[in-house]
Ligand binder design. Sequence first.
Ligand SMILES: Cc1ncc(C[n+]2csc(CCOP(=O)(O)OP(=O)(O)O)c2C)c(N)n1
Length: 660
Amino acid sequence: MIQYEQKGLSKDELINLYKELLTPRLIEEKMLVLLRQGRIAKWFSGIGQEAIAVGCGMALNPDEYILPMHRNLGVFTTRKIPMHRLFSQFQGKPGGFTKGRDRSFHFGTQEYKIIGMISHLGPQLGVADGIALGNLLKKNNQVTAVFSGDGGTSEGDFHEALNVAAVWDLPVIFIIENNGYGLSTPSNEQFRMKQFIDKGIGYGMDAVQIDGNNILETYTSIKSIAESLRENPRPVLLECLTFRMRGHEEASGTKYVPPNLLEEWGKKDPVVNFESYLLKNNIIKQDLIDSFRADIKSQIERGLEVTFAEENPKVNTQVEIGDMYRPLEKKEVLPVSDKKSDKRYLDAISDGMRLSMQKYPNLVIMGQDVAEYGGVFKATQGFVEEFGKERVRNTPLCESAIVGTGFGLSINGYKAIVEMQFADFVTCGFNQIINNLAKSHYRWGQNADVVVRMPTGAAVGAGPFHSQSNEAWFTHTPGLKVVYPAFPTDAKGLMIAAIEDPNPVMFFEHKALYRSVSEPVPDDYYSLPIGKAKLIREGKDITIITYGLGVHWALEFLDANKNISADLLDLRSLLPWDQEAAEASAKKTGKVIILHEDTLTGGIGGEIAAHINEACFEYLDAPVMRCASLDTPVPMNAELEWNFLPKNRFTDTMQRLLSY
Ligand SMILES: Cc1ncc(C[n+]2csc(CCOP(=O)(O)OP(=O)(O)O)c2C)c(N)n1
């Protein structure tokens, strides 16, 4: 039995809390009936845990973001999302929030300030950090609440997000629903510590444990924590003790749960207990309860009628493809004057970022050692002095949380540049890029205004973990843009374009070019179109398609072989890539070679070759050829590295193709 304390709440407040608590319960009961009738396909039940989501939804102000999980229907109902919209979302109908593209609670809505989960659970936590950072920078005294199950806390994302929030004093309430199980795995197989509040000290943050089934405790605790964080921004870990009363999802059952636990926690049901407390203390009368029930049930029925009457989404491939990206607001920006100065590739990148920081006060740069130290390659040298530490942020060593933070900033109206110290380290932030940044616009219309800087490439003797060309991991991910300039002028213009672009852009910068290539670059702010290649040499016998360091290898080759008349096409962007330019050149010369530093198998060369084959077959005089690195990791020793790289094989491949 739950012991309640009224805690200064008025009778009306108590009754209102009861109605809010009852709503998700009645929706769920209906869902279980529909499931049995085969009218819905899947259900993740939060029965028995409603007091946490409802307490949170009621405690925060409506303009404060909440990031719920799969058992938090109460967050959605307390934010007053019309029931038919929720049901249409569950059923994949157009009246939901994702045009039928994602399921159940996998959606966000700016209208209701709810940012839903992706299946991977933990990434939510880093996103909450970004939203909270936005609030901190706006100085708007808002808090953000984010949920995690106890199982989800085993993910690295949990550690990273809590650590960042602690270091940056972010006003986030990390609500852990400790319900005893992660799918079938009980707590003792998930973690060793006795309780989550013990983790607070490790992160240097306050941690509070409450009875998650007691609506008065959840509501008043979250309310008072929120008030405190609005005044004095910092993260708090809130552990809510509860229990998962049903299966992980309905089909999986609860056979593995000892019956005595279900019985014990059944007695602590949050709705039944609160109802009898209110009745016993004459705060509510049975007829009011009955009328609440009738009212909620009729809302549910009406909502379901709308949803079941709704047509399925109309299939339209153009709309599907078109929704991958948020449209650009403006096109190319030209430099206002002819003034140019000699800039190295690195200086050009730095200049593009600096001018963008001046133009966009809402642009934030984050990365390891990017502040006073200026980044390991010095791309942000002097930025702290000019823009301050709020906008040029050293991060802890945590790529996932920082990419997530970039997404959260974007949700909250900011732009972000995230620097990977080396492109190789992006593996640690992979999930956030692939599943959050890339997919959110298609899923629920939320753009991710984030540029991920990728100092990439070999030829610097740096071995397998500081040399990789990993652009193909991203060109295979719909929703991203991938840019890879080879010259300073392109690097600056494309950096500016990437920052202006409201979509996520992976910006590859070859480390070997940073200080080795320079040219006169416009001093003004200007952008170049993403997705457009540049024909940098014109010829008639053969087409060389390449990018990055490959462009310089090809130039070196052509300079040494003046008898060869070649088109040299620098792609500059890899997603989207300039199919038109490649086709035009292939049709002209009839022979195409693709040169890239990336390894051969699965590299973008294969994609380009396939496309040219399909689009230009009748014009070709020879098979499209590829020249790429060996299918091995990048070795460190210089001789091994040059053997790995394609440069020394390029002459051979060219000769074979020319003599075909
Ligand atoms: C990265 C990842 N691994 C595995 C899963 C499969 N999965 C979905 S929910 C879940 C259990 C989550 O447990 P917990 O965080 O305690 O939340 P609860 O379901 O108990 O509310 C698992 C293993 C997943 N969704 N994502």
